[in-house]
Design a protein around this ligand. Structure first.
Ligand code: CAA
Length: 387
Protein backbone atom coordinates (compact mmCIF):
# COMPACT_ATOMS: atom_id res chain seq x y z
CA UNK A 1 0.00 0.00 0.00
CA UNK A 2 1.29 3.46 -0.90
CA UNK A 3 1.20 5.92 2.03
CA UNK A 4 2.29 9.52 1.78
CA UNK A 5 1.59 13.22 1.47
CA UNK A 6 -1.72 14.19 -0.10
CA UNK A 7 -1.90 17.90 0.78
CA UNK A 8 0.53 20.60 1.96
CA UNK A 9 -0.46 23.78 3.79
CA UNK A 10 1.93 26.63 4.60
CA UNK A 11 1.69 29.73 6.78
CA UNK A 12 4.15 32.42 7.73
CA UNK A 13 3.32 35.65 9.64
CA UNK A 14 2.44 38.82 7.78
CA UNK A 15 5.64 40.78 8.53
CA UNK A 16 9.29 40.48 7.51
CA UNK A 17 12.67 42.12 7.87
CA UNK A 18 14.85 42.58 4.82
CA UNK A 19 18.36 41.19 5.34
CA UNK A 20 20.02 44.24 3.78
CA UNK A 21 18.19 46.50 6.28
CA UNK A 22 19.26 44.23 9.14
CA UNK A 23 22.87 44.12 7.94
CA UNK A 24 23.03 47.93 7.73
CA UNK A 25 21.61 48.24 11.26
CA UNK A 26 24.17 45.75 12.59
CA UNK A 27 27.13 47.31 10.73
CA UNK A 28 27.68 44.13 8.74
CA UNK A 29 28.46 43.83 5.01
CA UNK A 30 25.04 42.83 3.47
CA UNK A 31 26.80 40.12 1.44
CA UNK A 32 27.55 38.26 4.66
CA UNK A 33 23.80 37.78 5.20
CA UNK A 34 22.84 37.44 1.51
CA UNK A 35 25.68 35.14 0.42
CA UNK A 36 27.57 34.00 3.55
CA UNK A 37 24.33 32.95 5.31
CA UNK A 38 22.16 32.75 2.18
CA UNK A 39 19.08 34.60 3.47
CA UNK A 40 17.18 37.51 1.87
CA UNK A 41 14.20 38.06 4.20
CA UNK A 42 13.07 36.78 7.58
CA UNK A 43 9.46 36.45 8.72
CA UNK A 44 8.64 38.05 12.07
CA UNK A 45 5.85 36.83 14.36
CA UNK A 46 4.23 39.48 16.53
CA UNK A 47 2.78 38.61 19.93
CA UNK A 48 -0.52 37.52 18.33
CA UNK A 49 1.03 34.62 16.39
CA UNK A 50 2.38 31.47 18.05
CA UNK A 51 2.94 27.79 17.25
CA UNK A 52 -0.78 27.05 17.65
CA UNK A 53 -2.24 29.88 15.56
CA UNK A 54 0.31 29.29 12.78
CA UNK A 55 -0.51 25.54 12.78
CA UNK A 56 -4.23 26.33 12.42
CA UNK A 57 -3.57 28.78 9.58
CA UNK A 58 -1.34 26.33 7.67
CA UNK A 59 -3.91 23.52 7.94
CA UNK A 60 -6.83 25.80 7.01
CA UNK A 61 -5.22 26.16 3.58
CA UNK A 62 -6.34 22.68 2.56
CA UNK A 63 -9.07 21.92 5.12
CA UNK A 64 -12.01 22.70 2.77
CA UNK A 65 -10.61 20.06 0.35
CA UNK A 66 -10.60 17.14 2.82
CA UNK A 67 -13.15 14.96 4.61
CA UNK A 68 -12.53 15.96 8.24
CA UNK A 69 -14.54 13.00 9.53
CA UNK A 70 -11.80 10.71 8.20
CA UNK A 71 -9.02 12.37 10.23
CA UNK A 72 -8.02 9.87 12.93
CA UNK A 73 -4.68 11.33 14.04
CA UNK A 74 -3.43 14.88 14.59
CA UNK A 75 0.16 15.56 15.71
CA UNK A 76 1.88 18.91 16.17
CA UNK A 77 5.68 18.85 16.20
CA UNK A 78 7.07 21.98 17.79
CA UNK A 79 9.94 23.35 19.85
CA UNK A 80 8.01 26.62 20.46
CA UNK A 81 5.49 25.00 22.77
CA UNK A 82 2.88 27.25 24.41
CA UNK A 83 2.21 25.02 27.44
CA UNK A 84 4.32 22.66 29.54
CA UNK A 85 1.47 20.15 29.80
CA UNK A 86 -1.42 20.55 27.36
CA UNK A 87 -0.56 19.77 23.75
CA UNK A 88 -0.65 22.47 21.06
CA UNK A 89 -2.62 19.96 19.00
CA UNK A 90 -5.70 20.18 21.26
CA UNK A 91 -6.09 23.91 20.54
CA UNK A 92 -5.60 23.13 16.83
CA UNK A 93 -8.13 20.28 16.91
CA UNK A 94 -10.72 22.54 18.47
CA UNK A 95 -10.21 25.34 15.90
CA UNK A 96 -10.38 22.85 13.01
CA UNK A 97 -13.52 21.22 14.51
CA UNK A 98 -12.10 17.69 14.27
CA UNK A 99 -14.01 14.78 15.80
CA UNK A 100 -13.68 13.87 19.49
CA UNK A 101 -12.42 10.39 18.45
CA UNK A 102 -9.18 11.84 17.02
CA UNK A 103 -5.94 10.70 18.68
CA UNK A 104 -3.93 13.87 19.21
CA UNK A 105 -0.71 14.95 20.89
CA UNK A 106 2.39 17.14 20.61
CA UNK A 107 5.83 15.78 19.80
CA UNK A 108 9.29 17.26 20.41
CA UNK A 109 12.86 16.71 19.27
CA UNK A 110 13.99 20.14 18.08
CA UNK A 111 13.67 20.48 14.29
CA UNK A 112 13.13 16.72 13.90
CA UNK A 113 9.57 16.96 15.33
CA UNK A 114 7.65 16.99 12.04
CA UNK A 115 9.68 14.07 10.66
CA UNK A 116 8.87 12.08 13.82
CA UNK A 117 5.19 12.95 13.29
CA UNK A 118 5.28 11.87 9.63
CA UNK A 119 6.67 8.41 10.41
CA UNK A 120 4.22 8.00 13.32
CA UNK A 121 1.43 8.84 10.85
CA UNK A 122 2.88 6.36 8.34
CA UNK A 123 2.63 3.56 10.93
CA UNK A 124 -0.89 4.68 11.88
CA UNK A 125 -2.19 4.67 8.30
CA UNK A 126 -0.62 1.26 7.66
CA UNK A 127 -3.03 -0.17 10.27
CA UNK A 128 -5.93 2.29 9.67
CA UNK A 129 -6.05 2.53 5.89
CA UNK A 130 -9.51 4.12 5.85
CA UNK A 131 -8.32 7.06 8.01
CA UNK A 132 -6.12 10.11 7.36
CA UNK A 133 -3.61 11.94 9.57
CA UNK A 134 -2.75 15.62 9.88
CA UNK A 135 0.85 16.30 10.94
CA UNK A 136 2.10 19.83 11.52
CA UNK A 137 5.45 21.49 12.21
CA UNK A 138 5.05 24.98 13.68
CA UNK A 139 7.76 27.18 15.16
CA UNK A 140 9.19 30.61 15.84
CA UNK A 141 13.01 30.69 15.69
CA UNK A 142 14.25 33.27 18.21
CA UNK A 143 17.93 33.77 19.17
CA UNK A 144 17.82 37.40 20.30
CA UNK A 145 18.65 40.87 19.00
CA UNK A 146 22.30 41.48 18.09
CA UNK A 147 23.27 37.80 18.42
CA UNK A 148 25.13 35.79 15.76
CA UNK A 149 21.99 33.69 15.33
CA UNK A 150 19.75 36.72 14.73
CA UNK A 151 20.08 36.47 10.95
CA UNK A 152 18.92 32.82 11.12
CA UNK A 153 15.54 33.51 12.78
CA UNK A 154 12.11 33.09 11.13
CA UNK A 155 8.58 31.86 11.80
CA UNK A 156 6.08 29.60 10.09
CA UNK A 157 4.24 26.35 9.84
CA UNK A 158 3.87 23.44 7.45
CA UNK A 159 0.86 21.12 7.64
CA UNK A 160 0.68 17.79 5.81
CA UNK A 161 -2.22 15.43 5.18
CA UNK A 162 -0.98 11.81 5.24
CA UNK A 163 -3.11 9.09 3.68
CA UNK A 164 -3.05 5.98 1.55
CA UNK A 165 -2.83 6.49 -2.24
CA UNK A 166 -1.53 10.05 -1.80
CA UNK A 167 -1.78 12.57 -4.63
CA UNK A 168 1.61 14.29 -4.07
CA UNK A 169 4.36 12.03 -2.66
CA UNK A 170 4.66 8.47 -1.38
CA UNK A 171 6.86 7.75 1.63
CA UNK A 172 9.38 4.90 1.56
CA UNK A 173 9.65 3.17 4.96
CA UNK A 174 13.41 2.46 4.78
CA UNK A 175 15.37 5.14 6.64
CA UNK A 176 18.83 5.73 8.07
CA UNK A 177 18.70 7.20 11.59
CA UNK A 178 21.43 8.49 13.90
CA UNK A 179 21.23 10.09 17.34
CA UNK A 180 23.71 11.29 19.95
CA UNK A 181 23.34 13.26 23.21
CA UNK A 182 25.17 16.52 22.39
CA UNK A 183 24.76 20.22 23.19
CA UNK A 184 24.77 22.14 19.93
CA UNK A 185 21.47 24.01 20.38
CA UNK A 186 18.85 23.97 23.15
CA UNK A 187 16.25 26.16 24.90
CA UNK A 188 16.03 25.80 28.69
CA UNK A 189 12.53 25.83 30.20
CA UNK A 190 11.49 29.43 30.80
CA UNK A 191 13.85 30.91 28.21
CA UNK A 192 12.13 32.59 25.25
CA UNK A 193 15.27 32.44 23.13
CA UNK A 194 17.46 29.51 22.11
CA UNK A 195 21.03 28.93 23.26
CA UNK A 196 23.43 27.70 20.64
CA UNK A 197 27.04 26.70 20.09
CA UNK A 198 26.83 28.04 16.54
CA UNK A 199 29.99 26.79 14.82
CA UNK A 200 29.78 23.41 16.55
CA UNK A 201 26.13 23.06 15.48
CA UNK A 202 27.04 23.53 11.83
CA UNK A 203 29.80 20.92 12.05
CA UNK A 204 27.66 18.23 13.73
CA UNK A 205 24.86 18.87 11.21
CA UNK A 206 27.33 18.00 8.42
CA UNK A 207 28.74 14.99 10.31
CA UNK A 208 25.23 13.59 10.88
CA UNK A 209 24.37 14.20 7.22
CA UNK A 210 27.42 12.36 5.92
CA UNK A 211 26.82 9.42 8.21
CA UNK A 212 23.07 8.96 7.54
CA UNK A 213 23.36 9.59 3.80
CA UNK A 214 26.20 7.11 3.26
CA UNK A 215 24.49 4.56 5.46
CA UNK A 216 21.21 4.92 3.57
CA UNK A 217 22.88 4.34 0.22
CA UNK A 218 24.79 1.31 1.51
CA UNK A 219 21.83 -0.35 3.25
CA UNK A 220 19.38 0.21 0.40
CA UNK A 221 21.75 -0.25 -2.56
CA UNK A 222 20.88 3.20 -3.86
CA UNK A 223 23.41 5.29 -5.76
CA UNK A 224 23.43 9.08 -5.52
CA UNK A 225 22.84 9.26 -9.29
CA UNK A 226 19.37 7.72 -8.66
CA UNK A 227 18.19 10.87 -6.88
CA UNK A 228 16.27 13.56 -8.71
CA UNK A 229 16.83 15.92 -5.76
CA UNK A 230 18.35 16.01 -2.29
CA UNK A 231 16.63 18.17 0.33
CA UNK A 232 18.10 19.31 3.63
CA UNK A 233 16.89 20.81 6.89
CA UNK A 234 17.42 24.53 6.21
CA UNK A 235 18.27 26.56 9.35
CA UNK A 236 19.67 28.98 6.75
CA UNK A 237 20.18 28.12 3.11
CA UNK A 238 24.01 28.21 3.22
CA UNK A 239 23.84 25.28 5.68
CA UNK A 240 22.01 23.21 3.07
CA UNK A 241 24.48 24.31 0.41
CA UNK A 242 27.37 23.00 2.51
CA UNK A 243 25.67 19.60 2.85
CA UNK A 244 24.87 19.54 -0.85
CA UNK A 245 28.50 20.32 -1.70
CA UNK A 246 29.55 17.32 0.41
CA UNK A 247 26.99 15.10 -1.31
CA UNK A 248 28.09 15.97 -4.85
CA UNK A 249 31.86 16.16 -4.16
CA UNK A 250 32.82 13.05 -6.17
CA UNK A 251 30.01 13.05 -8.71
CA UNK A 252 30.16 13.21 -12.49
CA UNK A 253 29.52 16.78 -13.69
CA UNK A 254 26.08 16.00 -15.15
CA UNK A 255 24.74 14.47 -11.91
CA UNK A 256 26.33 17.19 -9.78
CA UNK A 257 24.70 19.87 -11.93
CA UNK A 258 21.28 18.18 -11.73
CA UNK A 259 21.40 18.01 -7.91
CA UNK A 260 22.69 21.57 -7.60
CA UNK A 261 19.89 22.91 -9.85
CA UNK A 262 17.24 21.13 -7.82
CA UNK A 263 18.89 22.31 -4.60
CA UNK A 264 18.48 25.88 -5.86
CA UNK A 265 14.79 25.21 -6.54
CA UNK A 266 14.41 23.87 -2.98
CA UNK A 267 15.75 26.97 -1.20
CA UNK A 268 13.67 29.67 -2.89
CA UNK A 269 11.03 29.81 -0.12
CA UNK A 270 13.44 29.44 2.83
CA UNK A 271 15.50 32.38 1.55
CA UNK A 272 12.35 34.51 1.98
CA UNK A 273 11.11 33.08 5.29
CA UNK A 274 14.12 32.05 7.42
CA UNK A 275 14.28 29.14 9.82
CA UNK A 276 10.94 27.62 10.78
CA UNK A 277 12.63 24.76 12.70
CA UNK A 278 10.31 21.69 12.40
CA UNK A 279 8.86 22.85 9.08
CA UNK A 280 12.12 23.94 7.42
CA UNK A 281 12.89 20.71 5.56
CA UNK A 282 9.31 20.58 4.28
CA UNK A 283 9.33 24.23 3.24
CA UNK A 284 12.25 23.10 1.06
CA UNK A 285 10.10 20.26 -0.28
CA UNK A 286 7.26 22.69 -1.10
CA UNK A 287 9.75 24.99 -2.82
CA UNK A 288 11.01 22.10 -4.96
CA UNK A 289 7.45 21.08 -5.92
CA UNK A 290 6.65 24.68 -6.91
CA UNK A 291 9.85 25.44 -8.84
CA UNK A 292 11.09 22.14 -10.34
CA UNK A 293 9.85 20.03 -13.23
CA UNK A 294 9.19 16.65 -11.64
CA UNK A 295 7.66 13.46 -12.93
CA UNK A 296 6.02 10.30 -11.58
CA UNK A 297 8.37 8.20 -9.40
CA UNK A 298 11.20 10.75 -9.27
CA UNK A 299 13.23 9.89 -6.15
CA UNK A 300 13.63 12.68 -3.58
CA UNK A 301 16.13 12.26 -0.69
CA UNK A 302 15.49 14.14 2.55
CA UNK A 303 17.85 14.89 5.44
CA UNK A 304 16.09 15.78 8.69
CA UNK A 305 18.16 17.19 11.56
CA UNK A 306 17.06 18.11 15.08
CA UNK A 307 19.66 19.52 17.43
CA UNK A 308 20.48 17.67 20.57
CA UNK A 309 20.74 15.66 18.22
CA UNK A 310 18.66 13.34 16.06
CA UNK A 311 18.99 12.93 12.30
CA UNK A 312 17.42 10.73 9.68
CA UNK A 313 17.82 10.31 5.92
CA UNK A 314 14.84 8.93 3.99
CA UNK A 315 13.14 9.13 0.60
CA UNK A 316 9.86 10.06 -1.05
CA UNK A 317 8.66 9.33 -4.60
CA UNK A 318 6.77 11.87 -6.67
CA UNK A 319 3.16 10.95 -7.40
CA UNK A 320 1.36 11.85 -10.62
CA UNK A 321 -1.09 14.39 -9.16
CA UNK A 322 1.36 16.52 -7.21
CA UNK A 323 1.11 19.66 -9.32
CA UNK A 324 -2.70 19.89 -9.10
CA UNK A 325 -2.49 19.85 -5.30
CA UNK A 326 0.00 22.71 -4.86
CA UNK A 327 -1.45 25.70 -3.01
CA UNK A 328 0.56 28.72 -4.17
CA UNK A 329 2.88 29.73 -1.26
CA UNK A 330 3.53 33.12 -2.86
CA UNK A 331 -0.03 34.19 -1.98
CA UNK A 332 1.07 33.90 1.66
CA UNK A 333 4.55 35.39 1.11
CA UNK A 334 3.51 38.35 -0.99
CA UNK A 335 0.97 39.66 1.53
CA UNK A 336 3.74 40.40 4.07
CA UNK A 337 4.61 43.92 5.16
CA UNK A 338 8.25 45.04 5.31
CA UNK A 339 9.23 46.23 8.80
CA UNK A 340 11.90 48.78 9.61
CA UNK A 341 14.57 47.35 11.90
CA UNK A 342 13.24 49.58 14.72
CA UNK A 343 9.71 48.15 14.22
CA UNK A 344 11.10 44.59 14.17
CA UNK A 345 13.06 45.18 17.40
CA UNK A 346 9.95 46.52 19.15
CA UNK A 347 7.77 43.59 17.98
CA UNK A 348 10.49 41.07 18.84
CA UNK A 349 10.98 42.44 22.37
CA UNK A 350 7.23 42.62 23.00
CA UNK A 351 6.71 39.01 21.89
CA UNK A 352 9.27 37.64 24.39
CA UNK A 353 6.87 38.35 27.30
CA UNK A 354 3.52 36.66 27.90
CA UNK A 355 0.70 39.25 27.72
CA UNK A 356 -0.89 40.38 31.00
CA UNK A 357 -3.63 37.92 31.92
CA UNK A 358 -7.03 39.27 30.89
CA UNK A 359 -5.60 41.64 28.25
CA UNK A 360 -7.13 41.06 24.79
CA UNK A 361 -4.65 41.03 21.92
CA UNK A 362 -5.66 42.31 18.50
CA UNK A 363 -4.29 41.10 15.17
CA UNK A 364 -3.64 42.94 11.92
CA UNK A 365 -3.92 39.65 9.97
CA UNK A 366 -6.24 39.15 7.00
CA UNK A 367 -9.86 38.14 7.64
CA UNK A 368 -10.17 34.39 8.14
CA UNK A 369 -6.71 33.95 9.70
CA UNK A 370 -6.42 32.75 13.30
CA UNK A 371 -4.47 34.49 16.04
CA UNK A 372 -3.59 34.27 19.72
CA UNK A 373 -5.95 36.68 21.50
CA UNK A 374 -4.33 36.62 24.98
CA UNK A 375 -5.14 34.64 28.13
CA UNK A 376 -8.23 34.66 30.35
CA UNK A 377 -7.64 33.12 33.78
CA UNK A 378 -4.33 31.92 32.28
CA UNK A 379 -6.18 29.96 29.57
CA UNK A 380 -5.00 30.71 26.04
CA UNK A 381 -7.61 32.15 23.69
CA UNK A 382 -7.50 31.67 19.90
CA UNK A 383 -9.76 33.63 17.55
CA UNK A 384 -10.46 33.84 13.84
CA UNK A 385 -10.09 37.35 12.40
CA UNK A 386 -13.60 38.45 11.53
CA UNK A 387 -14.57 38.98 7.91
N1 CAA B 1 30.50 38.32 1.98
C1 CAA B 1 30.22 37.01 1.77
N2 CAA B 1 30.32 36.07 2.77
C2 CAA B 1 30.71 36.46 3.99
C3 CAA B 1 31.04 37.83 4.24
C4 CAA B 1 30.93 38.77 3.18
N3 CAA B 1 31.18 40.06 3.35
N4 CAA B 1 31.41 37.92 5.53
C5 CAA B 1 31.33 36.67 6.06
N5 CAA B 1 30.92 35.80 5.14
C6 CAA B 1 30.68 34.37 5.29
C7 CAA B 1 31.73 33.65 6.11
O1 CAA B 1 32.89 33.39 5.35
C8 CAA B 1 30.95 32.41 6.49
O2 CAA B 1 30.95 31.52 5.40
P1 CAA B 1 31.34 29.96 5.60
O3 CAA B 1 30.36 29.42 6.62
O4 CAA B 1 31.16 29.38 4.24
O5 CAA B 1 32.71 29.93 6.11
C9 CAA B 1 29.53 32.90 6.69
O6 CAA B 1 29.47 34.18 6.04
C10 CAA B 1 29.08 33.04 8.14
O7 CAA B 1 29.96 33.90 8.81
P2 CAA B 1 30.68 33.49 10.20
O8 CAA B 1 31.42 32.23 10.04
O9 CAA B 1 31.41 34.70 10.66
O10 CAA B 1 29.50 33.09 11.17
P3 CAA B 1 28.77 33.85 12.35
O11 CAA B 1 29.68 33.96 13.50
O12 CAA B 1 28.13 35.09 11.87
O13 CAA B 1 27.62 32.79 12.71
C11 CAA B 1 26.13 30.95 12.51
C12 CAA B 1 26.95 31.99 11.76
C13 CAA B 1 27.02 30.07 13.36
C14 CAA B 1 25.38 30.07 11.53
C15 CAA B 1 25.11 31.71 13.42
O14 CAA B 1 24.22 32.45 12.61
C16 CAA B 1 24.29 30.81 14.33
O15 CAA B 1 24.71 30.45 15.42
N6 CAA B 1 23.04 30.42 13.88
C17 CAA B 1 22.17 29.57 14.67
C18 CAA B 1 22.62 28.12 14.71
C19 CAA B 1 22.32 27.33 13.46
O16 CAA B 1 21.45 27.65 12.68
N7 CAA B 1 23.04 26.21 13.29
C20 CAA B 1 22.80 25.33 12.16
C21 CAA B 1 23.04 23.88 12.52
S1 CAA B 1 21.96 23.40 13.89
C22 CAA B 1 20.44 23.17 13.14
O17 CAA B 1 20.35 23.01 11.96
C23 CAA B 1 19.20 23.14 14.00
C24 CAA B 1 18.52 24.45 13.89
O18 CAA B 1 17.63 24.63 13.08
C25 CAA B 1 18.96 25.52 14.76
Amino acid sequence: MKIGIDKIGFYTPNKYVDMVDLAMARNVDPNKYLKGIGQEKMSVADISQDAVSMAINATKQYLPKIDIDKVGLLIVGTESSVDESKSASLFVKSALKLKASVRTFEIKEACFGLTAAIFTAYDYISTHADKTAIVIGSDIARYGLNTAGEVTQGAGSISLLIKKDPAMLSINPQTSAYSKDINDFWRPTGSATALVDGKYSTQVYLDFFEYTFKNYQKQNHVDISNFKALLYHLPFTKMGLKANNLAIANLAERDAKKLTNEFKNSIELSKQVGNIYTGSLYLGLLSLLVHAELKLNDLIGLFSYGSGAMAEFFTFNIEAGYRNEIIDPYLILNRRKRLTVAEYEKIFTESLQAPIDGQSLVSDEQAGMWYFAGTKNHIRQYCEKSR
